[in-house]
Design a protein around this ligand. Structure first.
Ligand code: CA
Ligand code: CA
Ligand code: CA
Ligand code: CA
Length: 287
């Protein structure tokens, strides 16, 4: 009986093999390999170009290689550092580093902001010192009091430096078509202080900064009074020719001699996608 059963199993196995060999199925295969989900980048890069009293800080060839010099004139003491190519800012990258200001001095510099993805951008400006620094005789004769070394905010320079910030088109010149694009203007003590500025947020009207596009912020200060005198459209060259402002230091007296203004400027970019209502200065809920 056991032998018969084995024979039947063999017959069945042979039958199954014969069936498989004589039958086919339609089939199709689609393959997707290497699927990727990767986070995008949001990397803000900043460059700066500056002009001091009509001289440009420019990259210049030297015997040792390259360096930045006022007016491109290579000599000791004529180095400058406020022009640089687009990069991530690091320690020592400062927009202002001027230590011998005189009434009537002015500086123009244009900041370029580049993001690689659509972004809202805010600027956070904080004055860290407005110090008397030391007291000169003319300073005291003009009514200042002796420098207080324990007080970093006893100076008068923030009362004398007038600033003007605008959306520039990249030529570093304040032009007629830019008079409606003023971001801020006023004395340093009024506009710097501790401020959060909306360069591009949901209320500034131009939408986010587009990835790959450069946004320029023109910045001008005068040690004295500024009178805007915008250059006609398409006639802007650069501030060695005409900045679009007149700077008048005749009303400045001696109380700000040796005074020192220090501050930090932080640019912050945040993704625009999924943040359509983003504000640099969010409205605080009322309690
Ligand atoms: Ca002083
Ligand atoms: Ca002081
Ligand atoms: Ca311009
Ligand atoms: Ca002073």
């Amino acid at each position: 009986m056991r032998k018969i059963l084995i024979s039947l199993l063999v017959v069945c196995a042979v039958g199954a093999a014969a069936f498989a060999a004589s039958t086919a199925f339609f089939s199709d295969t689609e393959t997707s390999t290497g699927n990727i989900l990767q986070a995008g980048a949001l990397d803000l890069k900043i460059d700066n170009t500056c002009y001091y009293n009509g001289q440009a800080c420019v990259l210049t060839e030297t015997n040792e290689g390259e360096g930045y010099f006022w007016g491109g004139i290579v000599k000791d003491g004529n180095e400058c550092s406020c022009t640089w190519r687009a990069k991530d800012l690091a320690a020592g990258d400062v927009f202002f580093d001027l230590r011998d200001l005189k009434p009537g001095d002015w500086e123009e510099d244009t900041i370029s902001l580049d993001v690689d993805n659509d972004a809202w951008v805010c600027a956070d400006i904080k004055t860290t010192a407005n110090d008397d620094s030391s007291s000169t005789e003319p300073e005291l004769e003009d009514g200042d009091v002796e420098e207080d070394p324990t007080n970093d905010f006893d100076g008068e320079l923030a009362d004398e430096l007038f600033f003007w910030f605008w959306y520039d088109d990249g030529d570093n010149v304040f032009e007629e078509h830019e008079v409606n694009g003023v971001i801020n203007r006023g004395l340093a003590k009024e506009v710097l202080g501790d401020a959060q500025w909306a360069i591009a947020d949901s209320q500034t009207g131009q939408g986010p900064i587009t990835g790959g596009k450069t946004v320029y912020i023109g910045k001008f200060f005068c040690y004295g009074d500024i009178t805007p005198d915008p250059v006609p459209d398409n006639e802007g060259v650069d501030p060695t020719d005409d900045s679009g402002f007149d700077c008048d230091g005749t009303e400045v007296n001696n109380v700000s001699q040796t005074d020192l203004l220090m501050g930090d400027i932080v640019f912050e970019a945040t993704q625009a996608r999924h943040q359509e209502e983003f504000l640099c200065n969010p409205i605080k809920p009322t309690e």
